[in-house]
Design a protein around this ligand. Structure first.
Ligand SMILES: [Zn+2]
Length: 271
């Protein structure tokens, strides 16, 4: 091979390797840095679950929030000006899901769009042979490989009401995790020590119970919205795993164990 070509390939390799190393160093610095004091104050005041975290996890969460704020772009919709409070409160809840999942990141998500309140989204639905437009009202939406769309009043209330089992940010970011496999179907990418067949069995059984309860109008620890389909079931179960973990462990102990192994967190132990 021509010596010039060899030198060019070597230079390109060094350039790409250098950029990769630089990016990695920048990420590590963000993950290791403490959260700015004013951001911590926002979380202490508006995200009660932040105060309940064990010290080590809170430190890890701080680093993930730094990275999230540095890498993800927030856009306000309908004239909303996105403030630091909005960015920090949303980032904290999104990152809580992966706080103890080694090397997991929202790689394909680049933007978060924030509406002031609930919004309607345009959808087409087949009615007989005709496609009809309808506009369901939503508090959040998660698109495959990003973006996530959120209503700020619902995101703020979800953070503040930490024990009602409803949290739109966790719900939409659970969908993002679910989509890591390329399909949002309630079967997220499991760690090597988790059994896919056990996950499928446990989730199918709990999902069937919720569907039966929802059809009969019976109460269940999980919101009836989770009976919509397996993807919604995983997102709804995630909300309850973080916000009402003891109730979930009592009512659905095997489902709780699967979620504990998936998120690598024992949320029922948090004070
Ligand atoms: Zn959903």
């Amino acid at each position: 091979m021509n010596i010039v070509i060899i030198l060019l390939i070597a230079a390109a390799g060094l350039f790409i390797g250098g950029r990769w190393a630089l990016k990695r160093r920048r990420t590590e610095a963000l993950l290791a840095a403490p959260l700015p004091g004013e951001f911590r104050q926002i979380l202490r005041a508006h995200v009660p679950i932040y105060n309940a975290l064990p010290h080590e996890l809170r430190k890890r969460l701080d680093g993930l929030i730094n990275r999230f704020l540095a890498e993800k772009k927030f856009y306000g919709s309908q004239g909303l000006e996105v403030t630091d409070e909005m960015r920090v409160v949303i980032a904290a809840q999104a990152c809580l899901l992966i706080v103890n999942k080694e090397n997991r990141w929202y790689n394909t998500l680049h933007t978060i769009h924030v509406y002031p309140a609930v919004f309607s989204s345009r959808m087409m639905r087949a009615e007989g042979n005709v496609m009809m437009e309808h506009r369901p009202v939503r508090s959040g939406e998660s698109w495959a490989r990003g973006p996530v769309i959120l209503s700020w009043d619902q995101a703020a209330y979800g953070a503040f009401a930490a024990h009602d089992g409803h949290n739109v940010v966790m719900h939409e970011f659970a969908h993002q995790l679910d989509n890591e496999t390329g399909v949002t179907d309630g079967s997220p990418l499991l760690d090597k020590d988790q059994s896919a067949s056990r996950w499928a069995r446990v989730f199918q059984e709990a999902y069937s119970r919720l569907r039966e309860d929802a059809a009969a109008g019976r109460a269940n620890v999980l919101d009836a919205y989770g009976a919509t389909n397996p993807a919604e079931f995983f997102a709804v179960a995630t909300e309850v795993f973080f916000e009402r973990p003891k109730a979930l462990r009592d009512a659905e102990p095997v489902l709780y164990d699967e979620l504990r192994d998936y998120y690598r967190l024992d949320t029922a132990d948090w004070v």
